[in-house]
Design a binder for this molecule. Structure first.
Ligand SMILES: [Zn+2]
Length: 81
């Protein structure tokens, strides 16, 4: 943290989930999600983005798999009866 340079936050992104701002003098990305504010080292942003991306993809797969399971169980029940 450089105390000589005042914090100037640049808004990187904003949506219904929250916002992400960058402070160049601190080299910190501040994530604001609801009432929670998380400050992360700027270089970690990539990994956090990847983490959320993979989580989102896997969540979609999870829901798809669950839907398939339900359809299959419904179909097999129909076959039995
Ligand atoms: Zn700062």
């Amino acid at each position: 943290m450089n105390k000589n340079i005042p914090c100037t936050k640049i808004l990187l992104a904003k949506n219904e989930a929250g916002s992400a701002g960058y402070c160049e003098s601190c080299d910190v990305v501040e994530l604001g999600i609801g009432a929670i504010s998380i400050r992360i080292v700027a270089t970690d942003l990539y990994y956090i983005a990847q983490l959320l991306k993979v989580a989102d993809t896997n969540m979609a797969h999870y829901h798809l798999a669950k839907d398939c399971e339900q359809h299959q169980s419904v179909q097999s029940t129909e076959v039995v009866h």
